[in-house]
Design a protein around this ligand. Structure first.
Ligand code: GUN
Length: 311
């Protein structure tokens, strides 16, 4: 069988397709299905006489990767039948100016979700900014209220999109994660910390490894579930991975090739690790599309909660 000619697997691994060695978890297909489902739910909401859900995305500066990400978010928001409001601000924007925009978006009834793309320029404190977003519009789930709700295991919080996407990918191949050893590599507020909370909620034994961790391969080799979010291209090698483990690769880096072209790679050395892992996500087509699908999910849920509150 050719590398990209996949045979669909059993019920328990519906989104996993066979790669040599590991089964590939197809985030692109799962995200497309989620977006379709959200679109149908949006149509129902509108048929009931409610406003279209709206998502505001704010980009400060001209980081090329962030420009691509926010453009994709807008395209997928339209695909899900929702309204997209884009706010592009110059690199020189002050924190006060950004907070003024957030106040306006918080007060705008057409906006159900607000996302400020990270990273922000050095003059702006990302924690001050994410905390300024009303918790019920914080569809990134990064503010202190939603972070606290996740840590307390409360059901009414909004969960950050990338870890939520990773969880859904894991759930597509693991019915029950109870007792599994999950190792998260990377301890960021955006991915590593909330991911660890979600895995704890799944009854995993959770380890968080990071840049200061000693003998990191010894820890990652114990993982039944390995989630890698470091931003270091192809950091995780085959000898870091326990045979049969499920590997979720959050990283995405554009590398220049010898022929002067470029290719996208993750934080995992895919070509080597696919011979060892049981399941693995590809880059691209794994976590990336699921992050956006979960953003649409969080925005739709925020809109629906508002409808329920007003009824
Ligand atoms: N930058 C990279 N990923 C994300 C994300 O999920 N949310 C925000 N706000 N910024 C990001």
């Amino acid at each position: 069988m050719g590398f990209w000619e996949f045979a669909y697997m059993t019920e328990s691994s519906r989104n996993a397709v066979s790669v040599e060695g590991a089964q590939l978890i197809d985030g692109k297909a799962m995200a497309a299905q989620m977006t379709d489902d959200i679109r149908q739910q949006v149509e129902k909401l509108v048929e009931q006489g409610h406003e279209l859900p709206g998502l505001a995305v704010v980009l400060v500066g001209n980081d090329p990767a962030s420009e691509v990400y926010v453009k994709n978010k807008a395209i997928q928001t339209h695909r899900a039948g929702m309204k997209s409001f884009m706010h592009m601000m110059p690199e020189s924007t002050s924190q006060e100016e950004l907070l003024t925009l957030i106040d306006e978006l918080n007060a705008n009834p057409k906006v159900n979700g607000i996302l400020v793309q990270l990273p922000l320029p050095a003059q702006i404190d990302p924690i001050v900014v994410t905390n300024a977003i009303k918790p019920e519009k914080d569809v990134d789930g990064l503010g202190e209220v939603n972070t606290g709700r996740l840590a307390l295991g409360m059901k009414n919080g909004i969960v950050p999109c990338t870890p939520l996407g990773c969880l859904k990918l894991l759930q597509s191949v693991h019915k029950d994660m109870t007792g599994l050893h999950a190792v998260v590599v990377g301890a960021s507020n955006l991915v590593g910390k909330p991911m660890a909370q979600l895995l704890l909620k799944e009854n995993c034994t959770v380890s968080v490894a990071h840049i200061h961790t000693r003998n990191i391969e010894e820890i990652t080799r114990q993982a039944d579930i390995l989630v890698v979010a470091t931003g270091k291209a192809e950091l995780v090698k085959a000898n870091w991975v326990k045979p049969g483990a499920t590997v979720i690769d959050v990283g995405i880096t554009r590398l220049k090739t010898a022929e002067g072209k470029s290719r996208l790679v993750g934080d995992v050395d895919f070509e080597a690790v696919r011979h060892v892992a049981g399941y693995i996500t590809p880059v691209p087509g794994g976590v990336g599309p699921m992050t956006i699908a979960c953003l649409l999910h969080n925005t739709f849920q925020a809109a629906r909660s508002e409808v329920n509150l007003s009824e």
